[in-house]
Design a protein around this ligand. Structure first.
Ligand code: GUN
Length: 292
């Protein structure tokens, strides 16, 4: 059994990105600039955003963090998005989710200029990705494909089961895994209403768990030799930790790992890759790889 080391893979990719950035800057080009909007004080979001800012430093990017209290109105937030759309110094930006309940997330996502949408959440990017056109691709599924590629997991012709149908992970993951010249896999998406989830998992060569339920995938749900990718990051109480919690994936690692040929840990698997792919998307935005 091989543990897929997302942390080391992400570090290697960030080093490659930094090299390219320094080449660009040395040649007189502009340093890529990522901006992030963070609303409120959700612990998970604070951690994600500070990790993104740190990754910018590691890659030689400029970064700007804009913080707002959770009583910001939707109109005020939309105005901040517009300012970033209009700011020529910003190559790409993200609005960290979730947003407070009084703000329509979809409206905010659709207000982002799709050419700066390095999260790949705008319907133009989602649609272009779905039909195989160049586009910003949501960082988590993009990072998973990169991990599978770098760990020589043969996806073509494989049976891939995706647990979860979120807009950010499940749906784009399914598109990318089935894509001709992409994953080329036979894809099944299971979710909370699926009646044959266990049977589907037992037939899978690759399982991608993004269902948001801690330790959901158990050893009796997988076949020997399966490749398992765990997207879950639920904070569960843990009195032995200084923080009072630990991150638990969607996979019961102890039960599943002995059967798996390759498996990602939590933490240190998919998470670091997600941030690293955001950096790749920002570099692509700065270079105008997908759009003029
Ligand atoms: N919240 C959880 N994951 C993400 C992400 O990838 N991007 C943004 N903007 N918010 C998130």
């Amino acid at each position: 059994m091989t543990i897929i080391d997302g942390k080391a893979t992400a570090a290697a990719i960030k080093a490659e990105i930094k090299q390219e950035v320094e080449r660009i800057v040395t040649a007189g080009g502009k340093r890529p600039h990522l901006a992030a909007i963070l609303v409120g004080h959700d612990g998970g979001s604070e951690t994600y955003v500070s990790n993104k800012v740190r990754a910018c430093e590691e890659c030689g990017f400029r970064s700007t963090l804009l913080r707002f209290e959770d009583d910001i109105t939707e109109a005020e937030l939309l105005a901040e998005v517009q300012k970033l759309n209009d700011d020529a110094s910003v190559d790409g930006f993200i609005v960290q989710l979730p947003l407070p309940k009084h703000i329509d997330e979809q409206k905010v996502i659709e207000a982002i200029d799709y050419r700066k949408d390095v999260d790949g959440f705008h319907p133009i990017n989602v649609g272009r990705m779905a039909i195989g056109l160049p586009a910003f691709i949501s960082a988590t599924p993009k990072g998973i494909l990169e991990l599978l590629r770098r760990y020589d997991v043969k996806t073509s012709g494989s049976k891939c089961v995706i647990l979860g149908r979120s807009n950010i992970v499940g749906k784009p993951m399914a598109q990318l895994m089935m894509q001709k010249g992409g994953g080329d896999a036979t894809v099944t998406v299971c979710h909370s209403r699926s009646k044959t989830l266990k049977e589907e998992c037992l037939q899978a060569d690759i399982i991608i768990a993004a269902i948001g339920q801690p330790a959901f995938l158990k050893g009796d749900m997988v076949k020997p030799g399966v490749v398992v990718i765990d997207v879950g990051t639920t904070r569960v109480p843990d009195a032995s930790r200084k923080s009072g919690f630990r991150l638990q994936g969607d996979v019961d690692f102890e039960g599943v790992a002995p059967l798996a040929s390759k498996i990602t840990p939590v933490p240190g698997g998919v998470g670091p890759m997600t941030i690293c792919m955001l950096m790749q998307n920002t570099l692509a935005a700065a270079k105008h790889d997908y759009y003029d």
